[in-house]
Design a protein. Sequence first.
Length: 74
Amino acid sequence: MMAKVKKRLTQHEEFEIMKLVLDKFLWLGFGIMAFGLYTMFVVGFAQGFTVAVVGAVILVLFMAMLLKEYEVVK
């Protein structure tokens, strides 16, 4: 049996795929924060604020992954 040769992605292709995946984290974080804002108005400040903080944590994790993966420097 012959071993399959795996195709190597270029750095640009890898970056484009990474953007697609991380874009989902952005939408997830934004959606959770928006739900937290809605919850603040409907249920109460404390519970809504907690949900919004969870959304912010997801966005911070996204930023950390992006900085770690691509070593963005000033």
